[in-house]
Structures are given as structure tokens and as C-alpha cells.
Design a protein around this ligand. Structure first.
Ligand code: SF4
Ligand code: FES
Length: 248
């Protein structure tokens, strides 16, 4: 395949960025999107030019590092996949592809297509954990009976990989699908009850401090989420927050 790429290049947070045009040839439809960018970068390096910076790690859809806005969609045109799992067969020979970073005030650009998503880490630090005594006397989790539906919903929520596609897709740059998933994975299980009130209040406060917007109820986040995280998690988070405020 021969492709025209229009890629966002930006030296750093302080510098103004812009779209730069590239042409690329000999791309196999079986390559992943990131492999296609590897080919471009190998060519740029061979010409002593600055390669395009982009985030990646596992390249198997589990780490949440890859974060590209491709032709106006987070993680590109395929459904339920991350950018690293997107294949070039989803495009046609001769296509023009726009590649931009995930855009949100709370995700400042570090360089080119790499954005700083440490705001998500700080939200997790605010409450996305349970305190467990690991002295060796910890009760085996399997000894606590859990309703199958709750276990399944908690597991589904826990599949959120923290990629930030929900934020990049939302017109308000809301992080509520992410935070809803992180709150839900604990609130559905007995192990999460002890710190439940503190957790939801602290995580939502941190989310607001980081500058994410409110939920716009359009549901675009759910559509673009590579892990199919349901909007139900946002409703559950709001219920947990209401419960916590009544308990005060
Ligand atoms: S909710 Fe979905 S889109 Fe948002 S961070 Fe988690 S996996 Fe990514
Ligand atoms: S590189 Fe890990 S999910 Fe894409």
C-alpha cells in the first residue's frame, strides 16, 4: 500500500505544533498501525531526520500506552481495539490518514503524538486501591462468596486499561468513564467496601482538580472505548458518590 500521512508534529508543550505531510510506500495490509509508523521512522532516521514520537509498550492491547487519534477517532476506525491492534487492512491503498495526539487540557502534549496522562495516575493514587494486610494471614479471596453477576461486572470494569480514549473522544474531555470503571471494580466486591466512601470522594475530587470536564451524556466514550467499558459504570460512580455524601 501507498499512503499519505498527515501527522501532528510538536517539539514540546511550549512550542506550537502543526500537521506535517509524509508519503509512505510498501506497507503491508497485515502490519499493525504502529509497525507502519516504525517503517516511517526508520526512513526518517536513515535520512537523519527527527522520527515521530508516539507512545507504545505491550503492543498487544493491554497496557493502554498507545494513544493516537486517527482520522478523527481515538484508536482509529476499528471497534474494540487499541491503536497497536489496529491493522493496515482497515485502510485502502492511496488513503490519506490524519494522525493526531489525544487532545485534552489535562493531557498536555509532551512531544508529537505523546501526551502526559499522569493525571490518570494521580486519580488512581487518590483511591484506586484496597488496603490489605499482607502479613501472611490474609484471607484467601476465593473463600469470600461473591454473586456471579457482581463478579462479572467488577471484572468487566477492571478491564479498563487507562488509555484515555474516553477523554479524547468526549467533547468535554470528561474522565468519568475511566473513573467510573476504577470505582466500580471495587464497589461491586466485598473487599472494596471498607474504603468505598473515601475512595469515590477522593477519586472524583482528584478528577476535578486535574481539569477534566463533566459527563456530557452523549455516550461517545463508550463507543470509542477499546475495552467496551459500559456507561453503567458512570451511573454506579454517581450513585456511590451520592451514598458517600449522605453518609457524611
Ligand atoms: S474507560 Fe475505556 S477508553 Fe477510557 S481509559 Fe478505560 S479503556 Fe480507555
Ligand atoms: S501498546 Fe499496549 S495497548 Fe497498545
Amino acid at each position: 500500500m501507498k499512503l499519505k500521512l498527515k501527522i501532528w508534529r510538536q517539539k514540546n508543550f511550549e512550542t506550537k505544533g502543526g500537521i506535517v505531510n509524509y508519503e509512505i510506500d510498501n506497507i503491508s495490509p497485515d502490519m499493525s498501525f504502529l509497525e507502519m509508523l516504525d517503517v516511517l521512522n526508520a526512513d526518517l532516521i536513515s535520512k537523519d531526520l527527527d522520527p515521530v514520537s508516539f507512545d507504545h509498550d505491550c503492543r498487544e492491547g493491554i497496557c493502554g500506552s498507545c494513544s493516537l487519534f486517527i482520522n478523527g477517532q481515538a484508536h482509529g476506525p476499528d471497534r474494540l481495539v487499541t491503536t497497536c491492534q489496529l491493522h493496515m487492512r482497515k485502510f485502502k491503498d492511496g488513503d490519506t490518514i490524519y494522525i493526531e495526539p489525544f487532545r485534552a487540557k489535562a493531557f498536555p502534549v509532551i512531544k508529537d503524538l505523546v501526551v502526559d496522562r499522569s493525571a490518570f495516575d494521580r486519580i488512581q493514587h487518590a483511591g484506586g486501591y484496597i488496603s490489605v494486610n499482607t502479613s501472611g494471614n490474609t484471607q484467601d479471596a476465593n473463600s469470600i462468596p461473591i454473586n456471579k453477576d457482581d463478579a462479572d461486572s467488577a471484572f468487566d470494569a477492571a478491564t479498563c486499561i487507562g488509555c484515555g480514549a474516553c477523554v479524547a473522544t468526549c467533547k468535554n474531555s470528561s474522565a468519568m468513564l475511566f473513573v467510573g470503571a476504577k470505582v466500580s471494580q471495587y464497589s461491586l466486591l466485598p473487599q472494596g467496601q471498607t474504603e468505598a466512601s473515601r475512595r469515590v470522594v477522593n477519586m472524583v475530587n482528584q478528577m476535578d482538580l486535574e481539569g477534566f470536564g463533566n459527563c456530557s451524556n452523549t455516550g461517545a466514550c463508550e463507543v470509542e472505548c477499546p475495552k467496551g467499558i459500559s456507561l453503567d459504570n458512570i451511573a454506579r460512580m454517581n450513585r456511590e458518590l451520592l451514598k458517600a455524601s449522605i453518609k457524611k
